[in-house]
Design a protein around this ligand. Structure first.
Ligand code: FAD
Length: 649
């Protein structure tokens, strides 16, 4: 018999309320606390049960920040910039060990400083302890239930309730549900390149070959286990996941770095990294900041005004020039000093600012977005028609090593000391919320939204969301010692049926053809609800309870992979109707909201927390309305969230 956690009813009035949080990873943890605070501030009359459903059973870190993963898998955020609590949460922040990950690590005696990048497993440990503390500090009449299970469906039940179905046969009848299900695992799309790799690998396996296509690199250790030392592996992508794969196949294989050299264990395969540009992600600048950069040009007030004036914004025309000028301002203030920065700001239009730069800055020292977006641009401009970009593998590898070397030297100067790292960190990272306010809820024209996702975001990720210096340094060493190499720009992967191996090459690099036994998709799966393998998502899609967000206007139509939600984060069904009591936040709504794959940061009013705080207050407000509708004579004042008044009758 299926177990049913039933909201108890008496003459139409709920005696207990069940609220379900699906996903007990970082966002599920933040949500538990915000819900507790909202319930404490405005308690319903009846008891509330919070149910957190987490399929990995690891409440706190969840799947990504799993406490059992190897410690060589690092965060790409420094420990002082990670928290589980909102800036307004004084009781939680009273202890340093809760206020930031850094405080936790220091209290536990781990040897990580505030600007170090600790293992993800330790972040998971911190979150698990925060989760426990949250459980110990629930308000009166609020209970927590942990369900180590997968939520597989949500069905509409009687009295406006939702029935959340778990894979262990439990059903929870809830008045409020929020999906915080995070990163997805997508199926291999029929007809795609990935399907060709997969089918070829399967065919070779049937013939007894150790050939594979790895569609998702996580969990790193088990997904890489079958790759043998005498084989070559081609990794698609040169970003954070590729960094994890490299660490898995070096540190994870028993090798170690010492005095600027890698000491191999002999168990490492040869790794070839490939991407469209053929260049790795840039290193994070050493952190020298305590606060966050405050905008001078690309301000939230200006964005707000633009939205008021124009309605929809064109990313290229309305936003990108402001982002660029803000980056230039930071870059030149760092390079030339504050006085130059002041002069730059005195000019109000871009042409005058460019004149100033031309007059006072050497041409070789000038900021150029193209240097970030496409470091190959000079080679491309000088290319003789029909010729590849590089003369040979040596020429190409030398170019990449020089790029890495330059990037490392800037990263070591720090995110305040280096003009370019300061510009990237201050604008692309610190002003992310301003950009979010311009993008979220379909504020961009469809065509420019597509451009932003497909073009700007690529550069943003490569230059502003890269790995720590340490990992890039290791990459440099591994390339020098011949354990890692690069594919060349615009790489192509072919199946060599005769030899039963994959073949990787670049049309831009003569002599770049190499045979590999394994192809690893070294990128996390993008949000793509239609192809998400989650049973829950597929059930919601099948019953038309959700739809993906499509931006449509006179410029065209752009379907994003994430779920459509209202301004209050309520799910929008296929027919456009709204599920008032089923909400979603974080990665599943990517597209409607921008850049959700990030953890909460302290002291910057982190949107990962404020969105959940808003949802929590709204959910509690809806519970009060439910309570009042069962009690004639009692009502809540409209427009305020905190008051509860008795009507004078
Ligand atoms: C490998 C990796 C490293 C990262 N490193 C960083 C970093 O250093 N810094 C940073 O800011 N960001 C990082 N990110 C971005 C990442 O988005 C955040 O760190 C964080 O994991 C987001 O938290 P979340 O709770 O929204 O999603 P997730 O961490 O994905 O958590 C969602 C949870 O929901 C559970 N779940 C999903 N579906 C169901 C279901 N149907 N039923 C029950 N449970 C379910 C999953 O098991 C999972 O634990 C990283 C991402 C990845 C993939």
């Amino acid at each position: 018999m299926p177990k049913r956690v039933q909201a108890k009813f008496f003459q139409g009035e709920a005696m207990e309320y069940n609220i379900v949080i699906i996903g007990g990873g970082p966002r599920g943890t933040y949500c538990l606390r915000r819900l507790s605070l909202a319930l404490a501030a405005d308690p319903p009359e009846n008891p509330v049960n919070i149910h957190v459903v987490e399929k990995s059973g690891r409440f706190g870190g969840g799947n990504v920040h799993n406490v059992d993963q190897p410690h060589y898998l690092l965060l790409n955020t420094v420990s002082c910039q990670i928290t589980a609590f909102g800036d307004d949460d004084a009781p939680a922040r009273a202890e340093e060990s809760r206020r930031t990950l850094c405080g936790y690590l220091q209290e536990k005696g781990y040897d990580y400083g505030e600007n170090d990048y600790p293992p993800r497993a330790l972040h998971g440990e911190y979150l698990a302890e925060c989760f426990n503390w949250m459980e110990d500090n629930l308000p009166q009449k609020v209970s927590l239930y942990r369900h180590a299970a997968e939520a597989v469906d949500i069905k509409t039940a009687e009295q406006g309730l939702q029935e959340v179905v778990l894979d262990n046969n439990e059903k929870i009848c809830a008045c409020e549900v929020i999906l915080l299900t995070g990163h997805s695992r997508n199926r291999i799309v029929p007809g795609s390149r990935e399907e060709r790799y997969h089918q070829f690998a399967q065919k070779q396996q049937q013939k007894g070959g150790n050939i594979s296509y790895v569609h998702l690199a996580y969990p790193i250790a088990s997904q890489m286990e079958h790759i043998q030392a005498d084989q070559s592996v081609y990794v698609i992508g040169m970003g954070l996941t590729a960094t994890d794969v490299i660490r898995g196949l070096t540190h994870g294989r028993g090798g170690r770095f010492s005095s600027g050299r890698y000491i191999p264990s002999g168990n490492e395969p040869h790794i070839i990294l490939g991407s469209r540009l053929g260049l790795p992600y840039c290193a994070r600048g050493k952190n020298q900041k305590t606060g966050q950069y405050q905008a001078r040009i690309f301000t939230s007030n200006l964005v707000h005004r633009l939205i008021q004036e124009k309605g929809k914004l064109d990313f290229r025309k309305d936003l990108f020039p402001l982002i660029l000028q803000e980056m230039e301002y930071v870059y030149y203030s760092t390079l030339m000093g504050d006085e130059f920065g002041r002069k730059y700001l005195q000019y109000l239009d871009s042409a005058q600012r460019q004149d100033l730069v031309k007059r006072e800055v050497k041409s070789t020292d000038r900021f150029n977005w193209q240097d970030l977006a496409n470091p190959l641009w000079k080679l491309e401009a000088a290319r003789k028609s029909g010729k590849p970009l590089f003369e040979s593998m040596e020429h190409y590898t030398d170019f990449v090593l020089k790029q890495i070397g330059f990037d490392l030297s800037e990263a070591k100067k720090g995110n305040v000391g280096s003009p370019v790292k300061n510009a990237v960190d201050s604008v692309l990272r610190d002003l992310r919320d301003t950009l979010r306010s311009a993008v979220d809820h379909g504020r961009l024209t469809a065509d420019s939204h597509r451009y932003m996702k497909k073009t700007f975001e690529r550069t943003n990720n490569r230059v502003a969301v890269g790995p720590p210096i340490e990992s890039v340094q290791e990459l440099w060493i591994l390339v020098r010692q011949g354990l890692v190499s690069f594919s060349g720009p615009s790489p192509e992967v072919h199946a060599n049926e005769e030899k039963g191996v994959f073949q990787v090459s670049s049309p831009e690099v003569p002599g770049s053809i190499r045979e590999v036994s394994h192809v690893v998709n070294g990128r996390i799966h993008g949000v793509d609800t239609r192809n998400d393998t989650s049973t829950l998502m597929q059930n919601l899609l099948k019953r038309k309870m959700v739809r993906t967000f499509t931006s449509s206007d006179h410029t065209g139509s752009f379907e994003m992979g994430g779920l459509d939600v209202t301004h209050d984060f309520q799910l929008v069904a296929a027919d456009g109707s709204v599920h008032e009591n089923i909400c979603a936040l974080g990665i599943p709504v990517e597209g409607k909201l921008w850049f959700n794959a990030a953890d909460a940061r302290p002291d910057v009013n982190s949107n990962a927390i404020t969105q959940l705080a808003y949802w929590s207050r709204s959910a509690v407000e809806r519970i009060h309305r439910r309570e009042q509708s069962a009690k004639p004579g009692l009502s809540r004042t409209e427009g305020t969230e905190e008051q509860f008044v008795r009507e004078e009758t």
